[in-house]
Design a protein around this ligand. Structure first.
Ligand SMILES: [Zn+2]
Ligand SMILES: [Zn+2]
Length: 348
C-alpha cells in the first residue's frame, strides 16, 4: 500500500510502498482509512523543525493522526459489532505501565506514543490501532467531518484552559485551522467580541469571515498594537489565545492583554519567547499552556461536530487523493490553506 512516511531525521517525507498490516493482535483493530487531515505537526515533521527528535527511533514511520475510517477487522477481545463502524482515532496511545496509567489517570500518562509520530499513522489506506483508541462517530457523520475531531479537541481544550467567561473580549492570534476552531468554541462559550489577527493571511482571514467571524485584522507591515488600535480604545483583551507558534508574538500579545487577563499559548514554538515579567506581575496577568484534551472532551466535540457539520466543514480548504499526500502536506504549509484533507478511495 502507498503510505506517507518519515524515513530519516532530516527535512522531507517519502510517499512509498509499504506492506499492508497483518491480522490485528488482541485488543487491536485494522481500519480502512477514509479521510485524514493534515496537521501543523505533519508540516513540522516534514520541515524537520525542532521538537520531534523523539520520533527518530520509530522511523520509517507513517505520519498522519487526524483521521476517520471504518473498522475492517478486529483482534481477540474486541467486540465484533465494531466491524463496519466509522470511527475516529484518539492518537495518544497509553503505555499502561507508568504510575499515572497504573492509577487509572490515563490523561496524565508519561509514556504515551502518538499515532502518526511514535508509531504508524493514517496517511495510508489501512491503519492498525488499539480498539481503546477508537471513538465511534455519530451515524451519518461524513468521514472528513469526523477527521476534524482531534484538532477540534485541541481547540476546545484551549478555550477550556482560558476559563473563558460569558461576555469577555477575546483575541485569537493565528487564523489557521486551530485559530478557526478556537473561534468556534470561544463563540460557543459565550465570548463577547472575538477579534482574529493574521499576518499576510488574506485567504485564511476570508475563511474566518465565511465561518461567521467578521472581525478579522491583518497585521502585515505593522505592530499588533497598531493593527488593533481601534479595539484597544476600550481597553485590552480579557483572553488571548495564541495559535501562531511565533515566539515574537508573545510580548506583543501581553501588551494588548487586559489587567488580570489570561494568555493561552497553543502554538508549538521553535525558540523561547521574551516576557517582561515585571509588567506581568503588576498587571496580574496569567500565561497558560494548552495541549492535548482529556478523553472526556472527545464525546463533547463529536456532539458539537454533529450539530454544526456544515459550518465546521467550511474549515476544509483543500482535498487531495492519497497518491498526492506529499503535495497535501506542502499545501498545508502555505498561507492559502486552512484544513487540508487527504481522501482514500473506498476499498474494493
Ligand atoms: Zn493534529
Ligand atoms: Zn502511561
Amino acid at each position: 500500500m502507498l503510505a506517507l512516511q518519515k524515513t530519516e531525521a532530516a527535512p522531507g517525507l517519502s510517499l512509498r510502498e509499504v506492506a499492508e498490516p497483518g491480522l490485528p493482535q488482541a485488543g487491536e483493530v485494522v481500519l480502512a482509512i477514509e479521510a485524514t487531515g493534515v496537521c501543523g505537526t505533519d508540516v513540522h515533521i516534514a520541515h524537520w523543525t525542532l521538537g520531534y527528535e523523539s520520533m527518530t527511533s520509530a522511523m520509517p514511520v507513517t505520519i498522519g493522526h487526524e483521521t476517520c475510517g471504518r473498522v475492517l477487522r478486529v483482534g481477540a477481545g474486541v467486540d465484533p459489532a465494531l466491524i463496519g463502524r466509522r470511527v475516529t482515532v484518539r492518537p495518544s496511545v497509553l503505555c499502561h505501565a507508568c504510575p499515572a496509567c497504573l492509577s487509572g489517570d490515563e490523561d496524565n500518562c508519561t509514556g504515551r506514543r502518538g499515532v502518526g509520530i511514535g508509531r504508524n499513522g493514517a496517511f495510508a489506506p489501512f491503519l492498525t490501532v488499539l480498539a481503546e483508541n477508537c471513538v465511534p462517530v455519530p451515524d451519518g457523520m461524513a468521514a472528513e467531518i469526523a477527521a476534524l475531531t482531534e484538532p477540534l479537541t485541541v481547540c476546545r481544550e484551549a478555550v477550556d484552559t482560558a476559563g473563558l467567561k460569558g461576555g469577555e473580549r477575546v483575541l485569537i492570534l493565528g487564523p489557521g485551522s486551530i485559530g478557526q476552531g478556537i473561534a468556534l468554541f470561544a463563540e460557543a462559550a459565550g465570548a463577547g467580541e472575538i477579534a482574529i489577527v493574521g499576518r499576510d493571511d488574506a485567504a485564511r482571514l476570508q475563511r474566518l469571515n465565511a465561518l461567521g467571524f467578521p472581525n478579522t485584522v491583518d497585521s502585515a507591515g505593522t505592530s499588533l498594537r497598531a493593527a488593533l488600535a481601534p479595539w484597544l480604545e476600550t481597553g485590552g483583551f480579557d483572553v488571548i489565545l495564541e495559535a501562531t507558534g511565533a515566539p515574537s508574538v508573545i510580548p506583543e500579545a501581553l501588551s494588548v492583554l487586559a489587567k488580570r487577563g489570561t494568555l493561552v499559548v497553543v502554538g508549538i514554538h521553535p525558540a523561547p519567547a521574551q516576557v517582561d515579567l515585571t509588567a506581568l506581575v503588576r498587571n496580574h496577568q496569567s500565561i497558560r499552556g494548552s495541549y492535548r484534551a482529556p478523553v472526556a472532551t472527545w464525546a463533547e466535540v463529536l456532539t458539537f461536530l454533529d450539530r454544526n457539520a456544515e459550518r465546521v466543514g467550511r474549515m476544509i480548504s483543500h482535498h487531495f487523493p492519497m497518491s498526492e499526500a506529499d503535495r497535501a502536506v506542502a499545501e498545508a504549509g502555505g498561507k492559502a490553506a486552512s484544513k487540508v484533507m487527504v481522501l482514500q478511495e473506498a476499498p474494493a
